[in-house]
Design a protein around this ligand. Structure first.
Ligand code: NAD
Length: 320
């Protein structure tokens, strides 16, 4: 008989954590998954229970929380994202790196079997190939967020190779879900749907022709669960797997939304995030993920747009 999983999610209230926690509970049982975040319990949806407030920067508090619980899997999602990180590089580095090192250290000490920590396409920079950026593409990022992810990937590999800690990671592209995003450069692709839902024009902070790798959240969650299920000996990448689904520009997603919301309007006012976007690849080669653990995305732009619009409850009778 399989031993039951005991799972800890850190940063569970964010864009990914809120969806991943639900998916983990569906798979392993609600009581098996403890959600934690820096937010006080009083400010958190009651559906997040079981929940504990945790500042992951407080290593003694994390250690105490893990004491005697025998967690088998830990998902560490707390981070400062690319755009917020450029506004406060020192704090981004401290949170992104400091928390990862505490988590890796405590997971090793407490005998956690598997650890998940997400990386990002932000590990790539202007010298990486723009199209179909390969797994081993040059990783010389220009943002502090990307620098923290590139360093973090190498720490994960180090813990695996030196200590045998089974850490797994994905380089997520920009993720699109009905939940509000947390300060990244691809947030426009979520914000645009919320404007469409309110029947307001959208002002995009990237230029109309800026192509970036993107993915619908359902695919990202499935990829995460599939990676964590894969037999350890079939994983050839111990930094972080390239992961891909879609690549589109603001104009392409606008045109797709317009098919369902014909009066929707957009205008463009690129800001400091344009420079970040311009430093990243436009598309990603994820053949290692496809080969090692059979990764295959399910959502194209059309299907994602229709689901996003209904998820945020835009009722356009002639379209649905
Ligand atoms: P988010 O900002 O939406 O969520 C992060 C969560 O961490 C928030 O709920 C926040 O309250 C919590 N948090 C912040 N500081 C904390 C602390 N000190 N202690 C405990 N919790 C704290 O971010 P997200 O989009 O859900 O991203 C999760 C992870 O995935 C991050 O590592 C991010 O870099 C990575 N990622 C996200 C995307 C994306 O498009 N969303 C793309 C690539 C990689």
């Amino acid at each position: 008989m399989n031993t039951p999983e005991h799972i800890l999610v850190i940063g569970a209230c964010g864009q990914i954590g809120s969806e991943l926690t639900k998916a983990l509970r569906k798979k392993f049982g609600t009581e098996q998954v403890l959600a934690t975040d820096i937010r006080p319990a009083s400010a958190v949806d009651p559906e997040m229970q079981p929940y504990a407030q945790l500042n992951v920067m407080d290593k003694p508090a994390l250690s105490e929380l893990m004491q005697g619980k025998q967690f088998t899997q830990v998902y560490h999602l707390a981070a400062m994202l690319s755009a917020s990180g450029e506004r406060n590089p020192q704090a981004a580095w401290e949170l992104n790196m400091g928390s990862l090192l505490s988590v890796l250290d405590l997971c090793l000490a407490r005998g956690v079997k598997k650890v998940f920590w997400p990386s990002s396409i932000a590990v790539f920079g202007p010298d990486s190939p723009k199209q179909n950026c390969p797994q081993q593409g040059v990783t010389e990022p220009t943002t502090i967020y990307g620098i923290s992810k590139a360093a973090g990937e190498n720490w994960c590999k180090y813990y695996f190779e030196k200590h045998g800690l089974d850490v797994r990671s994905l380089r997520y592209p920009g993720l699109i879900s009905a939940g509000l995003p947390g300060g990244g450069t691809t947030d426009y692709a979520v914000d645009i749907f919320h404007s469409a839902a309110k029947e307001e024009p959208y002002t995009c902070f990237l230029s109309s022709e800026t192509a970036l790798p993107m993915m619908y959240m359902h695919d990202a969650i499935r990829a995460t669960l599939e990676l964590m299920e894969a037999p350890a000996n079939e994983l050839s990448v111990r930094t972080a797997y390239n992961l891909a689904a879609l690549s589109f520009t603001p104009d392409q997603i606008y045109q797709e939304i317009k098919k369902l919301v014909p009066d929707f309007e957009i205008n463009y006012e690129p800001d400091f995030r344009q420079e970040i976007a311009d430093s990243w690849p436009q598309s990603i080669d994820d053949s290692a993920a496809r080969k090692d653990w059979n990764w295959k995305p399910a959502y194209d732009l059309e299907r994602m747009t229709a689901e996003m619009l209904s998820a945020i409850k835009i009722l356009i009778p002639h379209s649905f």
